[in-house]
Design a binder for this molecule. Structure first.
Ligand code: ATP
Ligand code: MG
Length: 333
């Protein structure tokens, strides 16, 4: 019997999920869940930037789980895991921190960019070390594949480096995992900023109702000012980028892009089309979310079962790690 390869990936419980999460990550998870044994992590150890709002974290655990169910991640075949209920994550983070040079964190471009967003506020120690915990997240279930948005790739590189060192210096315990970026590596915000993000307040949420989506698109940034029959560069217009990402008819979108470049297309036409495309995509998600939201016991059961399954693999890995590091102190006498 061949064992299925494993996926480990996760999301922080800091709010409901948006189109960026979907196009950058979730869509791949849904596609791969049949092929791989999947561990989907709600990374609640890693929200130290929300330490002043634990109520939000608590609420967001449910929001994230509902969004996962909504997009069709099947908790029967995959595992929904609450990170802090598997404390082996913290233990492995501590051991791996022994073998990771400080400079590798200081040079990490994603971490650097995120830390600069703190401005005058001080950065919690746990924030600075969260990439180490991500390394532990990936290595704990001995995962092979990590489907994530582009911003997470430096952490996967770090993971590969740690796995190589550990395997070389101690025992061959960890597969060297591969990253897999989604169809849209980084989805822009509706305000035209480079990344859709809840903290930038420029997101369309998977749970937004049809009227909210229509309204957000009406107010969406439409590229540099341009008349309806003035040609332009479609790459500068996030409405066009969203059509590329979410409209099911790629040929028609390509035709519109061509027209945009040569004769121009009005933003109103693009926005109307985008509203229909997005609401068509989101409708089945909304229906599934509503069904689960009216039976939260099912959501609870998914989280409890997935977390339990993950714990048994975590224990197994920690036995291997302690053995590799030769830490059986009490076995000496
Ligand atoms: P936000 O930026 O909205 O606060 P977050 O950074 O807290 O969200 P994470 O839990 O860090 O969300 O990210 C979850 C996954 O979604 C990661 O794989 C990340 O790369 C991906 N992701 C988040 N935003 C985007 C985006 N705008 N485009 C593509 N992928 C994204
Ligand atoms: Mg992030």
């Amino acid at each position: 019997m061949t064992e299925r390869k494993r996926i480990l990936t996760g999301i922080r419980p800091t709010g409901a999920l948006h189109l960026g999460h979907y196009a950058g990550a979730l869509e791949n998870w849904v596609r791969l869940q049949g092929e791989y044994e999947c561990y989907f992590l709600i990374a609640d150890y890693q929200v130290s930037d929300y330490a002043d709002d634990i109520a939000r974290v608590r609420e967001s655990v449910w929001e994230v789980a509902l969004d996962w169910l909504a997009v069709g991640l099947d908790p029967e075949s995959s595992h929904y895991v609450i990170e802090s209920l598997v404390p082996e994550h913290a233990e492995l983070t501590q051991w791996l921190g022994w073998f990771l040079p400080l400079g590798m964190l200081q040079r990490n471009p994603t971490l650097k960019a995120e830390m600069s967003e703190f401005g005058k506020k001080s950065v919690p120690v746990a924030f600075f070390t969260y990439p180490v915990m991500q390394v532990a997240n990936i290595l704990l279930p001995r995962a092979h594949l990590v489907p994530v948005g582009e911003d997470q790739l430096p952490h996967i590189e770090l993971t590969r480096e740690v796995a190589r060192r550990f395997n070389r210096d101690f025992k061959d315990v960890f597969p060297e995992p591969e990253g897999l970026v989604g169809r849209v590596p980084r989805l822009a915000g509706i305000d035209g900023q480079a990344k859709m993000s809840k903290s930038l307040n420029n997101a369309i949420y998977l749970k937004d109702d049809a009227a909210t989506v229509a309204d957000k698109i009406r107010r969406m940034f439409g590229g540099p000012p341009r008349g309806a029959d003035e040609p332009g560069n479609p790459d500068d217009n996030p409405i066009m980028l969203y059509l590329r990402a979410f409209d099911p008819d790629a040929d028609e979108v390509a035709g519109m892009e061509e027209q945009y470049r040569t004769r121009g297309v009005g933003n109103k036409v693009l926005k109307d089309r985008l509203t229909v495309a997005l609401n068509d995509m989101l409708d089945p998600f909304r229906d599934r979310r509503a069904r689960y939201a009216s039976n939260m016991r099912l959501v609870r059961d998914a989280l409890a079962a997935g977390t339990e399954a993950h714990r048994s693999i975590a224990r197994e890995t920690m036995v291997m790690v302690r053995d590799a590091l030769d830490l059986g102190y009490l076995e000496k006498y």
